[in-house]
Design a protein around this ligand. Sequence first.
Ligand code: DX5
Ligand code: ZN
Length: 226
Amino acid sequence: MVGTKISPSILSADFAQLGREVEAIETAGCDWVHVDVMDGHYVPNITIGPDVCAAIRPHIKTVMDVHLMIEPVDLYLEAFAKAGADNISVHPEAGPHLDRTLQVIRDLDCKAGVALNPSTPASVLEHVMDRLDLVIVMSVNPGFGGQSFLPSQIEKIRQLKAMIGDRDILIEVDGGINPDTAGLVTAAGADVLVAGSAVYGPGAQDVSFYEKNIRAIRQAGDAGRS
Ligand code: DX5
Ligand code: ZN
């Protein structure tokens, strides 16, 4: 069995030293690096743009997992691909033609993902399954780190797992993930866990602290899968 993948969100990192912060989580054993892009319009917060992604790219050896919370999204796909994104995930509400958006992402040689808000049903993906590499189930309303996990999303993970069947599509869960909630979502079918505040702090802010946090989430995730 493949182990639970951990994608720490740099939203909770020290923005004054992002290069060092992504290197630290990779040294600490993460699988992917999750980058939360927010525009102050689709979500009520503003974070990172393509120039910052390009600046941290040389510090990332694993996977740059870019989560776009911006509307309109289509205009910016190329910029994030050029900035070195490996995965690009979009929200279905952020553009009028999800099928086309997913085709563009793959044409840019990136893995294509869709992120579902807590109120967005899994059924929006029914007719685009073959264009997907990744589904992000938001287990908080997007916009901020440090919010509480919404148990209502566990059933959606189960539904998606059944919809995916034997397709090569990963389920990533984002929001409120910590050692207490990790097993709940992996038991329902999650493959990749995003964690911001549960990896980056508060605490010592060094590699051994991040390593301890990543290990605890992964162990809880693996226990849920077994
Ligand atoms: C929320 C972001 C998440 C967030 C997770 O809009 O998409 O990635 O940073 O943070 P925690 O793990 O603190 O809930
Ligand atoms: Zn995210």
